[in-house]
Write a protein that binds this ligand. Structure first.
Ligand SMILES: N[C@@H](CCC(=O)N[C@@H](CS)C(=O)NCC(=O)O)C(=O)O
Length: 222
C-alpha cells in the first residue's frame, strides 16, 4: 500500500502538475498518481473535492497534506534535502529562481501555454514584448546559475536535477515547442532537461493520455 497520493491534471497541459510530480519523484515518495483531466465539465468539482485551493498538484503523504507546487517542492526537500543545493549561496539562488518562476513570467505563460503534444509551434502575431523580456530574464538566470554553480554538470546547480530544474522543466517545453532562440548555454541546458529520464517519462505518459482529454481550450491557441 502506497504512503499517499499525488493528484495532478492532464500531463499534456498541466505545467504546475509537472513541477510537483518531478519533485515527488525526485524525492522518491511512494504515492499513487491520480489524474484529473483539465477543462472538462466536472474538473472543478473533482479538484475541489480534494484540494483546498481548487488547484492541482495536491499531495497527501502519510498524514501530511500539501498543495501548490512550491510547497510540494519544499516538502519533498525535507525528505530528500539534495533537491536544493547544499551550499547556502547556491541554495539561496535556487530558491530565488524557483520562487521567481512560481510568482512571475506571466508574459511567457500567457503567450506560450504548455502543450506537450504540439511541436514546431509559432505565434501568428509574433512574440509579445512581455514574453520577450521573460525569455531574456530566464536565459540570464539559467546562465548565472550554471556559470556559478553548474560546474561540469548539465543542470542549473550541477550534476543533480533538483527543485530548481523541476521549476523550469515546463518552461523548457515551451521554449522547445515554440523554437525560442536562446543563448548556446541556455539551449544546451534546455536539451539536457528535456533528456532527463523523468522529464522523458512525463512526456511519454502525456502522449499516452486518452484523446478525449484534449480540449479546444488549450488546443486552439497558437
Ligand atoms: N500556484 C499553483 C498553481 C496551480 C494551478 O494553477 N493549477 C492548475 C492546473 S495547471 C489548476 O489546477 N487549475 C484548475 C482547473 O483547471 O480547474 C501551484 O504552483 O501549484
Amino acid at each position: 500500500m502506497a504512503d499517499g497520493r499525488l493528484v495532478i491534471g492532464t500531463r499534456r497541459y498541466s505545467s504546475w502538475s509537472m513541477r510537483g510530480w518531478l519533485s515527488v519523484r525526485l524525492a522518491g515518495l511512494d504515492v499513487t498518481e491520480d489524474v484529473i483531466p483539465l477543462a472538462q465539465h466536472d474538473t472543478a468539482m473533482r479538484i475541489g473535492a480534494v484540494s483546498p485551493s481548487g488547484k492541482v498538484p495536491y499531495l497527501e503523504h502519510w498524514n501530511v497534506r500539501v498543495w501548490d507546487s512550491l510547497a510540494i517542492a519544499e516538502y519533498c526537500a525535507e525528505i530528500e534535502p539534495s533537491l536544493w543545493p547544499s551550499d547556502p549561496v547556491a541554495r539561496g539562488l535556487a530558491r530565488s529562481v524557483s520562487a521567481e518562476m512560481h510568482a512571475g513570467f506571466q508574459g511567457l505563460r500567457a503567450a506560450m501555454p504548455m502543450n506537450l503534444g504540439r511541436e514546431g509551434r509559432s505565434l501568428a502575431h509574433g512574440t509579445p514584448d512581455a514574453a520577450i523580456s521573460d525569455i531574456t530574464r530566464i536565459d540570464a538566470l539559467w546562465n548565472e546559475a550554471r556559470d556559478n554553480f553548474g560546474g561540469h554538470g548539465s543542470y542549473l546547480f550541477g550534476r543533480e536535477f533538483g527543485n530548481a530544474d523541476a521549476a523550469y522543466a515546463p518552461v523548457v517545453s515551451r521554449f522547445l515547442s515554440y523554437g525560442v532562440l536562446l543563448s548556446p548555454a541556455a539551449q544546451r541546458y534546455a536539451e539536457a532537461v528535456r533528456a532527463h529520464p523523468l522529464v522523458a517519462e512525463w512526456y511519454r505518459e502525456a502522449a499516452a493520455e486518452p484523446a478525449s482529454w484534449t480540449t479546444a481550450r488549450y488546443e486552439s491557441v497558437d
